[in-house]
Design a protein around this ligand. Sequence first.
Ligand code: ZN
Ligand code: ZN
Length: 254
Amino acid sequence: MELKFLGTSSGWPLPRLGCKCNICRSNDPKDVRLRPSLLINDEVLIDASPDIYHQIKKYDLDPTKIKYIVLTHAHDDHIMGLFDLSHVYNNKTKPILISTKSVLDQVNKKLRASFFSFIKTSLSPFNKLTLGSSTDIWLIPVRHSVEAYAVKIKSKKPFLYAPEFRSIPGPSKKYIGDLDLMIIDGSSKTRVGQARGHETIEEGIKVAQELSAKKIYFTNIGHKTDTHNDLTLFVKEKGGDKFNIAFDGLELKL
Ligand SMILES: [Zn+2]
Ligand SMILES: [Zn+2]
C-alpha cells in the first residue's frame, strides 16, 4: 500500500491567516499544512478536505483514479471537498462514498446537490468492506464531539487512520488489534489549548503505546502545537523513535 498525506492540518490551514506566531512565521515548508486527507494507492481517499482541488493539482494526481471516498465524520473540514470531487471530467463511474448511514445522512443535509454525484455505500461500525480485490476496511467508533470513526485498513499489513478523537472506547481498542502503523490526532500538544473532542499529543502517545502500534504518525496538526521540527523532537523524547509527525506530501509504503 502506498499512502500519501495530502493535508495534515486541523480545521484551518497553517499558517493561519493573520497570525504571527512561531509556527505561522516558520520558513520550514513542513509547517505549511492544508486540511486533512489521506490517499491510498491513488484510489482510496479518506476524508474530502476543503483543499482537495489544490491538493490534487499540487501533487499532479489523476482525480479519475479516486474510486472510493471514506468519511471518518461529517465535520466541514472533512467533507467540504466533496463539492469539488462531484465535478470531475472523464470519470467512467461515479466515485463510491463510504461511511455509516447516519454520517451519510448528515453529509446529504449539508451538501445536497453534490451528494447525487456519488454512489453511496453505508457501512455499519465494525463490519468489513472489501475494496477492489484485496483492501479491507472497517469503521471503528471513537469519541469526538460528533459521531466519528477511525478507519482500519488492511491489505497485507494493518493500519489505522484516526484523525480526530477525544478517546477510543474499550471495545474499539480490542477490535483494533495489532497495527503496523497508526495515524492519529495531533490537534494540540498538551492540555494547553486542547480543543473539545480531541486528545492531546501527550495522550496520543499513551494510546499508541497501549495499542502497541509499530510506527505512529500524528496528523491533524493544530495551531496549539509547535513547529514540525520541535514537535518531532517532543514526540521522540516522550514516546521514543517510533513516533513521528506527518507533513503535507509525506509518502509511506506499507
Ligand atoms: Zn500562528
Ligand atoms: Zn471533527
